[in-house]
Design a protein around this ligand. Structure first.
Ligand code: NDP
Length: 821
């Protein structure tokens, strides 16, 4: 092409990035072995898999096909390395992470080219986004390693972590997983995606270069069925961190249920990109390009649903089409290319299948007239209009460069349309009216919301989903807890005193020193006041029949049956309703109807919690006697439990307006509001130990953070919970915010765990029950918090209250608010 022709067409000339250094690097090293204990280890199978360049379909290298035996060796290496690494001072770990960050920068170009060759994404993206973010992630977490001892003093690492990553951001996902795990003192076995192992293998070299102790990072390449599944099922792995499809996430939830393995899941999405009529449409168009054509749309948080206010839809779509004509699809190593190759033939087939489905269902397809390479796996940018919300292409994650558009009229309609998906990963809101944008952001069910921006990421800002987009966060302080547990859990601290008063709070003892101190033998007869003693035996007590507490009303159980409650000697001391599946459903419905509680101000919620404490204190003696009756404990012990429960209610009343969130300052002009939001409807199965304190220790934080609850009290000692009905009724707790269904814990909690409209289940019962809850919860990926049969000492504030509870009761939404004209 002559200069004159170029001058006239103003076309881009070729701007190729040289592949030779990366190809040479590959040629010198392949076939690639596994990386275990800082050594190259031949796969037990003796087999290697080809990895290809999706832009050409040609083979790049041979990579070891690991299997279960190799996973075994890698986990053993990580286990051996764990004691040393976890005890390595934070400052020393910080130096290693810092060194990794530096080495990523030193090899930045090689890493970028390797990533582009192996994944097909444009070099512009790997060079300017993926690799710099990888370095940033290690720098940021070097900082947390340094600060861990002072800032996270009550926590310790989990142990060996299995990490499974996808192919869409191969090295970035590695960094998101490895950096926090190492910073917090864990050791790692990583499984890269089958299609994209190469940058992980270069990372192995960096691990060696910086002299990280052997076994701290192990990398096992191979296929899902061989390596991934073996890692998930390995009994000596303490945690699985997974990013990938919702379907595989669900399978992993099921496979790990009851094993005690911690789990974090970053899954799929169908994120809305909402445009109001006052938005700056030229910026919107650039935003759309970034939202859905960045990385060929193979992004879990891709803005794949363009929701436009009706009156500007035509104008915006016309502008988007003009811009699409200018997008350049082609060789990803060309620096002037916008859209590279799809990662694999299989993925390309899947995109084609879904696009066909869109056409069959009546949506209208539009693609630009520009060329799309024939060789390799390419797909042109694609726009669907005439889309109905229920169509497959509006609901299913396509994971390709395919945008669907729909229109709305009012902000309410926009929110309803945006939330009309099983996912909840991210959303963008475009409007020049910041009041409107923030109001809509607060109402979206998504872990990240970008205002007038999209696809912004930073190590300091947590990222993760709501609903079927998974649970757990990566990045930020909240991401660290995914790799930590409270120190008391691991240190063999005395947990779960069933009676436990030895260290009752001082004020409890003071309070009970009023003549009610029993001698610890047999409860009521010894404990009551003279008045009771005088009447005892002369008149029959008034029969009390606790019913269920649903929607603010005391209602009879659907079954019409009651269950006896016995004291420790086996004497019947009362009866409670035998709740069933239908009662649970009614309670869930009531909890949803009480959603306004989540919008109540923190101040208002605090008032209610203080008020519950006040009304409980007014009936302190009655509650203590009830504990004596149910547990056979001394009055003083029981009174101390009531005191501790009152103190706990005060704690959470205090936390209401203090556990709020934070502001991040990532490297951009603007800020990120990390807002703690309620999880939604939480089902809670209470422990048997400490019938009142265990119950209120779970109810109070969940309520304080704005959730509405369905609670199953201890089946052994439910009367302390049923006595609370009147306390709740007189304390301004809104109807339906707390619902209580008595009965057999296991069948009732099963209904909760299977219920599609319950967002989380907390379970404090047996080890087997914990497993069942985790398994059932996989259906809608609800969050679970279970105790694996391990009791807690609810009197001990370290075990019985605090941040852990508040974190479980909330999920973080990060709202990105760039500013400046
Ligand atoms: P997968 O979820 O299957 O793969 C993600 C990772 O998990 C890979 O390392 C994979 O290994 C591994 N894996 C797969 N099955 C298991 C298992 N049973 N046990 C343990 N590990 C397993 O995603 P795909 O690559 O198959 O992509 C399919 C769809 O998933 C895409 O079209 C897209 O919709 C979605 N997806 C979403 C991502 C996200 O970030 N949210 C990322 C990637 C995909 P291997 O590579 O060897 O198969």
């Amino acid at each position: 092409m002559s200069v004159l022709e170029l001058f006239e067409s103003m076309d881009y000339g070729p701007a190729p990035e040289a592949a030779e250094p990366a190809l040479q690097w590959l040629a010198q090293r392949q076939p690639f072995d596994l990386f275990i204990n800082n050594r190259r280890v031949k796969p037990t199978s003796g087999q290697y898999l080809e990895t290809i360049n999706p832009a050409t379909g040609k083979v790049l290298a041979q990579v070891a096909a690991g299997n279960a035996a190799d996973v075994e060796a890698a986990v053993a290496a990580a286990r051996r390395a764990f004691p040393g690494w976890s005890k390595t001072p934070g400052h020393v770990r910080a130096r290693y992470l810092y060194a990794i960050a530096r080495h990523v920068q030193k090899h930045a170009r090689l890493l970028a080219v390797l990533e582009t060759l192996n994944n097909g994404k444009p070099i512009r993206e790997t060079r300017d986004i993926d690799i710099p973010l990888v370095a940033r992630h290690f720098y940021y977490h070097a900082g947390w390693a340094q600060l861990m001892e002072s800032e996270l003093a009550g926590y310790e690492p989990l142990g060996v972590v299995g990490q499974i990553i996808p192919w869409n951001f191969p090295l970035l996902m590695l960094a998101w997983k490895v950096a926090p795990a190492l910073a917090m003192g864990n050791t790692v076995v990583l499984k890269p995606a089958r299609y994209t192992p190469l940058t992980a293998l270069k990372f192995a070299e960096i691990v060696e270069e910086i002299g990280l102790p052997p076994g701290v990072v192990n990398i096992v390449t191979g296929e899902a069925g061989q390596v991934g599944e073996a890692l998930v099922r390995h009994p000596d792995v303490n945690k699985i961190a997974f990013t990938g499809s919702t379907e595989v996430g669900r399978a992993i939830r099921r496979a790990t249920a009851g094993s005690g393995k911690r789990l974090s899941l970053e899954l799929g999405g169908k994120s809305p990109f909402i445009v109001f009529d006052d938005a700056d449409l030229d910026s919107v168009v650039e935003g759309v390009v970034d939202a859905i054509w960045f990385n060929q749309g193979q992004v879990c948080c891709a803005g794949s649903r363009l929701l436009v206010q009706e009156n500007i839809a035509e104008r915006l779509i016309a502008k988007v089409r003009v811009r699409m004509e200018k997008l350049r699809v082609g060789d990803p190593l060309d620096k002037a290319i916008d859209i590279g190759a799809i990662v694999s033939e299989a993925q390309l087939r899947e995109i084609n299948r879904l696009v066909e489905r869109g056409l069959e269902e009546g949506a209208q397809l539009w693609q630009p007239s520009t060329a799309c390479p024939r060789e390799g796996y390419f797909f042109p940018p694609t726009l669907f209009t005439n889309v109905a919300p229920a169509m497959t292409i509006a609901q299913v994650e396509i994971f390709g460069p395919v945008l669907v558009t729909m229109t709305f009229r009012t902000p309410e309609e926009a929110v309803a349309l945006a939330n009309n998906t099983r996912y909840g990963l991210a959303a963008s809101v475009w409007s020049e009216n910041i009041n409107l944008a923030l109001d809509v952001a607060a109402r979206l069910k998504a872990g990240t919301v970008w205002i007038n921006a999209t696809n912004l990421f930073d190590a300091s800002c947590g990222f993760g989903g709501y609903r079927e987009s998974g649970f757990g966060r990566e990045g930020g302080r909240e991401g660290l807890y995914e790799y930590l547990r409270p120190r008391w859990e691991g240190s063999g601290a005395r947990a779960g005193r069933r009676r436990g008063l030895a260290e009752a709070p001082a004020e409890s003892k003071a309070h009970t020193g009023n003549g009610h101190e029993g001698n610890g033998s047999n409860g009521v007869a010894l404990a009551g006041s003279e008045v009771f003693a005088d009447l005892a035996g002369r008149i029959p007590p008034i029969d009390r029949t606790p019913k269920l507490f649903i929607g603010g009303k005391q209602v009879r159980p659907d079954s019409g049956y009651s269950l006896p409650v016995r004291d420790p000697q086996g004497m019947i001391i009362g009866q409670v309703g035998a709740g069933n599946r239908k009662d649970i459903r009614n309670a869930v419905e009531a909890a949803h109807a009480a959603r306004a509680w989540s919008g109540a101000s923190a101040h208002q919620r605090a008032q209610v919690l203080f008020y519950i404490a006040e009304n409980l204190a007014a009936r302190e003696q009655e509650f203590a006697l009830r504990l004596v009756q149910q547990t056979g404990r001394a009055y003083a012990e029981a009174a101390a439990e009531v005191q501790a429960a009152i103190a706990r209610l005060f704690s959470y009343a205090a936390w209401c307006d203090k556990f709020e969130g934070t502001i991040h300052r990532p490297p951009l002009r603007g800020m990120v509001l990390a807002v703690r939001e309620p999880v939604g409807v939480i089902g809670i199965a209470c422990p048997d130990e400490f019938p009142l304190l265990g119950f209120l220790s779970l109810v109070a934080p969940a309520l304080a953070m704005g959730n509405t609850l369905v609670v199953i009290p201890s089946p052994q000692a439910p009367l302390s919970a049923t006595d609370c009905y009147q306390v709740f009724e007189t304390s301004d707790v809104p109807a339906g915010a707390v619902n209580i269904v008595t009965g057999e814990r296991e069948p009732l909690v099963q209904v909760l765990a299977e219920h599609e409209d319950v967002e989380a289940v907390w379970y404090f019962g047996s080890a087997e029950g914990s497993g069942r809850v985790e398994l059932a919860a996989a259906s809608n990926m609800k969050r679970t918090w279970v105790n694996y049969g391990r009791p807690r000492d609810w009197l001990d504030p370290l075990q019985g209250e605090g941040e852990e509870f508040l974190r479980e009761a909330t999920q973080v939404k990060n709202i990105w608010v760039p500013y400046g004209e």
